[in-house]
Design a protein around this ligand. Structure first.
Ligand SMILES: [Mg+2]
Length: 379
């Protein structure tokens, strides 16, 4: 089986409501759909997040695609190495192990999808098999105000989510109000986690974590600048609350450094950081050796990434039970089946061949149109 063609399609799926986090407001999932076509008529699908823009990602993928054409998708690891070399090493830059993950993730997951379709096996089976039957996700309430966040948190807790996770770093007073109202809304038994997205200095983090302790917070994710392991280690050393590394860890080397420095109690990790499924597992195994759990990380993505993360998460003994889920933010998804809505805060491990999903042609057309309209609007 040979790869004959790789196509890329920019998509924009709008969010139901604006997504508030420490760095601003996001109104939809902008992605680039990657389709790997083979000479026996199979099509593997994946997606890249379109950051900083869809044309930027497509330019890299065009170069990567030329490397893959004529080759077997079962050379995935070797192909990814060659793509990284061509895109980021051959001309002497050698400086983008992290950004390369974002660029190549969609292509890597599409290769896994086509390998699964060719063999009639789910991706998790190709990886050695599932060690669980379902994955637990946290409830991720949104809102412009603390009350709106708390109202959604109440609904999610009632729907069966054991962990409620919310964004902070929006200003100390608002952050504390969100935590207070969410705790009041969900009661004493749910675990609360929060993410300031690097907004706090070590001193500010120490102050906020002391104040937040009143609300029985289970974990705080990447409170300090992600370029400094020392800052996170300093916060963790004094913190009454467990600390997760998020943007600190993209590569296996990052994971090793965080574990060696004892900078985090947990690592939050996404496919768009690791460059897809194979390197995700490398990072997870390093964390496992250090006795640290991995949480699935979400970005501005569609159900394609949700299912790819579900496939790799199925295989990890050290997967946490508070994983990030982003589909509820989408006004509609481009995945037609299976139904990716959470049941009691969970999704089963997907069993179909490859990633185990079928895309919705009408939704794809709407999302492609949404991207074009956005480009026209922004000139
Ligand atoms: Mg985070």
């Amino acid at each position: 089986m040979k790869i004959t063609r790789i196509t890329t399609t920019p998509l924009l799926v709008p969010y139901k409501k604006p997504y508030h986090w420490a760095k601003g407001i996001i109104r939809g999932a902008g992605v680039v759909l990657v389709e790997v076509h083979t000479d026996d008529g199979l099509v593997g699908i994946g997606e890249c997040v379109a950051t900083p823009s869809a044309p930027a990602i497509e330019a890299y993928l065009n170069v990567a695609g030329d490397i893959c054409i004529g080759r077997s998708p079962f050379e995935n690891t070797r192909l990814m190495g060659e793509c990284y070399h061509a895109l980021f090493q051959a001309l002497g830059t050698c400086s983008a192990p992290r950004y390369s993950g974002q660029v190549l993730a969609g292509l890597e997951m599409a290769l896994w999808d086509v390998m699964g379709k060719a063999t009639g096996r789910a991706v998790h089976e190709l990886l050695g098999g599932a060690v669980r039957d379902e994955i637990h996700y946290f409830g991720f309430p949104q809102g412009a105000t603390a009350q709106e966040v708390a109202d959604e948190a109440r609904e999610m807790a009632a729907a069966g989510c054991d962990v409620i996770y919310f964004k902070v770093g929006r200003g100390d007073a608002l952050d504390l109000e969100i935590a207070r109202l969410v705790r009041a809304a969900v009661g004493p038994d749910k675990r609360l986690r929060m993410d300031p997205n690097e907004s706090w200095s070590p001193v500010r983090a120490a102050r906020m974590l002391r104040k937040m302790s009143e609300f029985d917070i289970d974990m705080v994710e990447q409170p300090t600048n992600a370029e400094s392991i020392a800052a996170l280690a300093q916060v963790r050393d004094r913190s009454p609350i467990a600390i997760a590394a998020d943007q600190l860890v993209f590569t296996p080397q990052d994971a090793y450094d965080v574990c060696r420095e004892k900078a985090a109690d947990m690592i939050t990790l996404g496919l768009h950081e690791t460059g897809g499924i194979a390197r995700f597992r490398k990072v997870a195994h390093i964390a496992e050796a250090a006795g640290i759990d991995i949480c699935l990380h979400g970005l501005y993505e569609t159900g394609i990434t949700t299912t790819a993360a579900n496939q790799v998460g199925a295989t990890l003994p050290n997967l946490d039970d508070g994983n990030q889920y982003m589909n509820h933010l989408l006004e509609w998804d481009i995945v037609k089946s299976p139904d990716l809505r959470l049941q009691e805060g969970r999704l089963p491990i997907l069993r179909g061949p490859g990633l185990g999903i079928e895309l919705d042609a009408d939704a794809l057309a709407r999302a492609a149109e949404g991207h074009i309209k956005e480009v026209e609007k922004n000139g």
